[in-house]
Design a protein around this ligand. Structure first.
Ligand code: ADP
Ligand code: MG
Length: 628
């Protein structure tokens, strides 16, 4: 048999290699921006069309290339940045592997025009799928102008794998943010389909942050600085009260290169310790300067991972630096640790269990009532509601749930009693609640504020409170989305909130769904929303947090799962608004939760498939105590 191994033609080898470097339009953005910076550009413009699938163009005023370099740069492993192995350990440029342009040119149509100061004429080169189509002298300013068109035009499978426009734009913005934060000393302009979206003049880090996010940031940041033999740390961190529910505003740069590091993120988080509420993140932009000999950036082609020769020391220094910065500014915990959750739609924490019966206010006349601020009206309404809960609770073990926005349309959610619930369940499993529910011993109780335990005939039923609440909210909002029937609670004081331009794009894309859930908002200019109404379950003052949380969850679902817009939206809102483990619940709340759970179409599982309930059978319990 003849030999079968052959070397792959360059074009195919490049295409394969491109898989690692060029995953999506954002990868092109990153590589081209890095090249522009490495070339010494001080004003760098980027143009993106059709979410980068149509065009990514980067124009710099850097040193340019000679005509032979301009041709060379598309060859694989062609780089001006390292010459020998040792150089890998002493890297001061962002690029060094010499494979970005070769990879990009293998999977797109590329047009490059470049000129050095000392040359009179520029060089123009057209490459498509690794094939040189044109090389000619041209006119042009000093610097490089490179257009990457129709990414993956020759690999339809890859092209079809690209995500929706909003996802791709988001990835592009992520890369852009990382680069422009790393280099506030350089000027950047970002055009999206001919519109100038960001104009960032060269300046300081605080100015860059203000220009990039909003000017509101500047008063919320603390300087963070530390210098040791190992590492120099500079940057800005957010005050604890400036936390966000969304990730994405945490940036580490090592020698001006953005890196991802859960390890160092942990160091920062642990410095904030209890100053942040659960599930929230501080803002930070931290620059580490380390001797290049002590790091290895060549872990992955995208170079966003890094190895430090002494990771633990770096961890300790980062943590100490952040702690010191927080301490210096004498910040103290600012949030309410209890963060009490009310199942009942409410603008205030639920009143504590014991006191309820004694704090019920006397009924007010219409005039007095109107004079109250809306939060107080809701609070009193809740208290009255509590009163009725307690009374009826004693008499008939029947807990009316607060008005469900979708109730009118939903026969199945007619108030369900625990009794009827358990009857229903008993058709499936062999459970039956003792008829004498009044007995105190049958009251549901919480285990570690995480699970609800309730007696059923066959044993004890455990309910995961978070999973159960997610299921309830999921069904409630799915129905609202389907019927567009959500109820919105008008805010007395509309809230103005700032969002990033990518989040704004997503909000616009999901406009219909978000409104169908009960949010009412208008877009008041550049990255500003005015929220006039929210679903009744949203507490006053948490509008921004909830909306951001939902968007964040939506994005994260979008990355991992294939869901319809509606399904994703209902899941996101359920996930974000559900109570969490650790939430203390009153007996009435526990009962109401169980009632509502079994009023669901699919009570057994949370939307993501986690089980909501588990029955520990008496027989099983007995085995714990049997001699073996
Ligand atoms: P790397 O950046 O790893 O060296 P690239 O494929 O990104 O590899 O670029 C190859 C070479 O092309 C670079 O080493 C550099 O010499 C040259 N080059 C790329 N972009 C530019 C630019 N914008 N201006 C000047 N030279 C550039
Ligand atoms: Mg490069």
């Amino acid at each position: 048999m003849s030999d079968v191994i052959q070397l792959l033609p360059d074009a195919i080898a490049n295409q394969i290699a491109a898989g690692e470097v060029v995953q999506r339009p954002a990868s092109v953005v990153k590589e081209l921006l890095e090249n522009a910076i490495d070339a010494g550009g001080t004003l760098i413009s980027i143009v993106v069309k059709d979410s980068g699938k149509g065009l990514v163009q980067v124009i710099d005023n850097g040193r340019g290339m000679s005509s032979s370099d301009a041709r060379m740069c598309f060859e694989r492993h062609a780089t001006s940045k390292i010459r020998q192995t040792e150089d890998i350990y002493n890297i001061h440029t962002l690029g060094f592997r010499g494979e970005a342009l070769a990879s990009i040119a293998a999977v797109a149509q590329v047009e490059l025009t470049t000129r050095r100061e000392e040359d009179e004429l520029a060089t123009r080169i057209v490459v498509e799928g690794s094939e040189f189509k044109q090389t000619e002298p041209a006119t042009g300013p000093v610097g490089t102008n490179i257009c990457v068109k129709n990414l993956f035009y020759n690999i339809p499978a890859r092209r079809s794998f690209l995500k929706s426009n909003s996802v791709e734009v988001r990835h592009i913005m992520d890369e852009f943010y990382r680069v422009v934060l790393a280099r506030p000393d350089l000027g950047f302009r970002f055009f999206q389909s001919d519109k100038l979206v960001y104009d960032l003049p060269a300046g300081s880090l605080p100015t860059r942050i203000g220009d990039l996010f909003t000017s509101a940031y500047s008063s919320q940041l603390l300087p963070c600085e530390e210098e040791t033999d190992h590492v120099r740390i500079t940057g800005l961190i957010g005050k604890p009260e400036f936390h966000k529910r969304t990730r994405g505003e945490q940036f580490f740069f090592v020698n001006q290169r953005y890196i991802k590091s859960n390890y160092l993120h942990h160091a920062v988080m642990s410095a904030y310790e209890a100053m942040l509420p659960d599930g929230s993140f501080p803002f930070y932009t931290l620059f580490l300067e380390v001797d290049p000999q002590h790091i290895d950036v060549n872990v992955h082609p995208t170079k966003t991972e890094i190895k430090f020769s002494d990771e633990r020391t770096i961890y300790a220094i980062v943590r100490a630096a952040v702690k010191r910065s927080l301490g210096k500014n004498l910040v103290s915990p600012v949030f309410d640790e209890e963060n009490h959750f009310a199942i009942f739609s409410s603008t205030e924490p639920s009143p504590p269990e014991e006191k309820t019966t004694t704090t019920i206010p006397s009924r007010l006349n219409q005039k007095e009532y109107q004079a109250l601020p809306s939060a107080e009206i809701t609070r009193r309404a809740n208290l009255e509601h509590w009163e009725s809960l307690y009374r009826s609770g004693d008499e008939k073990s029947h807990f009316d749930f607060p008005k469900d926005p979708t109730e009118e349309n939903q026969e199945a959610t007619a108030p369900v009693t625990l009794q009827s619930v358990v009857n229903r369940t008993s058709e499936r499993g062999e459970m039956f609640l003792e008829s004498e529910q009044k007995a105190a011993s049958d009251a549901p109780f919480q285990i570690h504020h995480t699970y609800i335990a309730v007696h059923v005939k066959s044993g004890i039923m455990l309910v995961d409170q978070q999973a159960a609440h997610e299921r309830i909210l999921f069904e409630q909002y799915s129905l609202a989305l389907e019927k567009k029937s959500a109820v919105s609670q008008q805010s007395l004081f509309p809230q103005t909130i700032q969002v990033s331009s990518t989040d704004l794009a997503l909000l616009q894309e999901l406009d219909e769904e978000i409104r169908a859930m009960g949010f009412v908002f208008t877009i008041a200019g550049d990255r500003t929303l005015v929220v006039q109404g929210v679903p009744p379950d949203v507490k006053t003052g948490t509008e921004q947090e909830v909306l951001e949380g939902i968007i964040e969850q939506y994005k994260s679902n979008q990355e991992r799962l294939t869901l319809s817009k509606r399904d994703n939206m209902a899941r996101s809102i359920a996930r974000r608004m559900a109570m969490k483990a650790g939430q203390r619940l009153s007996e009435a709340e526990m009962r109401a939760l169980i009632d509502r759970l079994f009023g669901c179409i699919q009570p057994d599982y949370a939307p993501d498939g986690r089980k909501t309930t588990y029955v520990l059978e008496l027989g099983k319990i007995a085995t714990f105590f049997t001699n073996t």
